[in-house]
Design a protein. Structure first.
Lengths: 108, 361, 216
């Protein structure tokens, strides 16, 4: 189920990106007046930041889902490994964190 | 109950949870040095004491209340393995469940046969229960119900009603059995059906299916090989040897089987096996076979080989059915080893003799 | 002893009785010796069979222990259910030196092959199979042993009986008869001596009458 949802999200994101990015590129290449580009650039940046954040969050969710199910299995049999399970469970958060940082950098 | 083979949805292939649990359980298998200590144990009471610190604690302690004898220990081990296998069945994903129950179908066969054998000699349900080992897809409750039925016909009908695949071959041969009372034919029909059925179920593509198929093929080969050795030893009159051939072997096909069945001594059979991986294993024990004149020597060697192959299955994909298969076999072997130690200890078998029967991995 | 009439004919009677008893004793002794020889050979056979039996039993027990441990009690029990069978034993009788002994023979060998035992070999481990085979072999030996052992027992009883008879003749009958003979002879001798004495007395009296003629 997880994979299906993810692939749908990716597809949707991809289509969205092309639709918006292509005209933006076209405008940039035409060397249009700077003033006219400013709002479009802002929009693309915002979108990019959103995607960076959103996709990385989805990826982290996917990873955590898998780790979570294995972790639950491990905990059922070896409760003493709880610390490890929690550590591993939390690791994918780094992906979200990186996405968050990229989003800030894009807008900064 | 055996579920019908349907295409497994993606969610049915999540091995993360199940394999993590199985790995957790695998980490609690008894280590070689511990078994070595058990071999050296002075008496059964000491073995009870030592096992009380392991995975077996709850079962061993429950049975110890009835007395610390080899019989209660045997009971404890049987209860433990049934409980463990049922627990695993409970958390496996759909694909693994299908594969594993197909592989463990031989225990279903064993149980169905026990029930029918019990009926054959008119035993009570309680007495039949002593011959049941609920590690397959038929659970304790199902088997108890079967044992309580009045005759073989109602057992077959019940299996058919449950949609169990084993009902059909029994039904086909039931009339003949009822008229001549020849149990072996019924059992043979069941065996032949099961291995053909299992082969078909495991014929699909996919790494996991292939793994299970490999293990099944080795088992079938072992049985076929042992049948050939038995055919060498005894005269079966005008019975067609091919009726003992089971389909689905990995290396021994019908042609090779018939060729071997026509031979007259073990050396010739070993020669005929040259192209299969079994030859090395069997040749290693052929001297012992000649000393003891017992084909059990070959059987143990083949069991050893199949076990090691099944354990190898666990060394591959960490998110595949191999982990489960290897655990089931390892657990089975561990219980067998413990039984050997307990029994050996109680009959005063020398430690060396015990070590020779043990399979340590 | 009291009823013995001390007469010459009685003496002859007793003497022939002694002779008969001694003859019988000799015959019985010969029978005993012959029985003993037979007994010894049966004994050897019994010993041989009993060692075979012991070995068969310990073999079977061992392989049962292995089957129970490797395949598990449950499997062994299950297979045992399938192997119902009858053992046919024929019992007739014969006579050895006049001793009737039963002859036990197996009708059909209780040893079956893996294919006729009732289960299908494709589903039974060879350990259990071989254990069954060994136990059936024990049955085979047990039947032979039953035959030879009853023979041994009967022979033993017969030897004891003969021995008792010999002893009775030797220790009681013959000495009693000899005693009777001695008594009769003593009584007869006594009587003979009395007669002699009486005759002598009579003779003396007659002679004394002759020496005094006036008295006659």
């Amino acid at each position: 189920m997880m994979e299906k949802r993810l692939s749908k999200a990716l597809l949707f994101g991809g289509v969205f990106l092309t639709v918006l990015m292509v005209p933006a590129m076209a405008f940039a290449q035409q060397a249009a007046p700077v003033v006219a580009v400013a709002w479009q650039l802002g929009a693309v940046k915002a979108l990019a930041a959103g995607l960076a954040m959103g996709l990385s969050a989805l990826a982290a969710g996917y990873a955590q889902g898998k780790i979570g199910s294995a972790g639950a299995g491990t905990l059922a049999e070896r409760p003493e490994a709880a610390i490890w399970v929690i550590t591993l469970q939390a690791l994918p958060e780094i992906i979200v964190l990186l996405g968050f940082v990229s989003a800030i950098l894009i807008n900064g | 109950m055996v579920r019908a083979a349907v295409k497994t949805p993606a969610s049915g292939r999540d091995y993360g949870y199940g394999n993590a649990r199985v790995r957790g359980m695998r980490s609690r298998l008894l280590a070689g040095p511990f078994l070595e200590e058990l071999v050296e144990a002075p008496d059964v009471a000491r073995i009870f004491q030592m096992l009380a610190d392991t995975e077996y604690r709850s079962d061993v302690e429950t049975e110890a209340l009835k007395g610390r004898t080899p019989a209660t220990m045997d009971e404890a081990l049987a209860v433990n393995i049934v409980r463990t296998f049922r627990k695993i069945m409970g958390f496996l994903n759909a694909e693994a469940y299908d594969l594993v129950t197909t592989l463990l179908g031989r225990w279903d066969l064993f149980n169905i046969k026990s029930v029918i054998r019990g009926k054959h000699v008119h035993l009570s349900a309680d007495e039949i229960e002593d011959g049941l080992y609920a590690v397959g897809s038929l659970g304790t409750v199902d088997l108890r119900l079967l044992a309580g039925l009045p005759d073989t016909r109602s057992i077959v009908d019940t299996l058919l009603t449950w949609g169990s695949p084993y009902g059909e071959p029994l039904r086909e041969n039931l009339t003949k059995y009822e008229s001549d009372g020849y149990l072996a034919l019924l059992e043979l029909a069941l065996d032949r059906f099961y291995y053909a059925w299992a082969e078909e179920r495991l014929a699909g593509r996919g790494v996991n299916t292939a793994l299970a198929r490999g293990v099944l093929g080795l088992q079938v080969d072992s049985i076929n090989l042992l049948s050939t050795f038995r055919l060498l030893k005894s005269d079966i009159g005008d019975v067609d040897p091919s009726s003992f051939f089971l389909e689905g072997g990995a290396h021994i096909d019908r042609e090779l089987f018939l060729q071997m069945a026509a031979l007259s001594d073990v050396d010739e059979v070993l020669d005929a096996l040259k192209s299969t991986p079994y030859t090395g294993r069997l040749e290693a024990v052929v001297v012992r076979f000649e000393q003891e004149g017992s084909i059990a020597v070959f059987e143990r060697a083949l069991e050893d080989y199949v076990l090691r192959k099944a354990l190898d299955a666990g060394r591959g994909d960490p998110l595949g059915v191999g982990i489960v298969i290897s655990y089931l076999w390892a657990k089975q072997n561990e219980v067998t080893n413990l039984r050997i130690i307990v029994k050996g200890n109680s009959v005063g078998m020398p430690a060396d003799r015990m070590r020779r029967e043990l399979i340590l991995v | 002893m009291e009823e013995v009439r001390p007469t010459r004919s009685e003496l002859l009677e007793r003497r022939s009785q002694i002779q008969l008893a001694e003859q019988g004793m000799d015959l019985l002794k010969q029978k005993r010796d012959a029985l003993l020889i037979e007994f010894m050979s049966v004994m050897d056979e019994t010993l041989r069979l009993s060692t075979t039996l012991q070995r068969a039993v310990s073999d079977a027990q061992y392989s049962l222990a292995v089957a129970k441990s490797v395949d598990g009690n449950v499997s062994v029990r299950s297979v045992a259910m399938a192997t119902k069978g009858d053992v046919v034993v024929d019992m007739t009788g014969t006579k050895i030196m006049g001793v009737s002994v039963p002859v036990v023979t197996k009708g059909e060998s209780p040893v079956r092959s893996s294919f006729t035992r009732g289960y299908s070999i494709t589903g039974v481990s060879s350990r259990i199979d071989e254990t069954a085979d060994r136990f059936e072999r024990i049955l085979d030996v047990i039947i032979a042993y039953a035959d030879i052992e009853t023979r041994l027992k009967r022979l033993g009883e017969e030897i004891q009986k003969t021995n008792r008879r010999v002893n009775a003749l030797e220790q009681i009958t013959v000495p009693a008869l000899r005693e009777q003979v001695a008594y009769i002879r003593m009584t007869l001798d006594e009587r003979a001596r009395e007669d002699l004495f009486r005759l002598k007395k009579v003779k003396k009296k007659i002679e004394s009458r002759k020496s005094v003629p006036g008295a006659a």
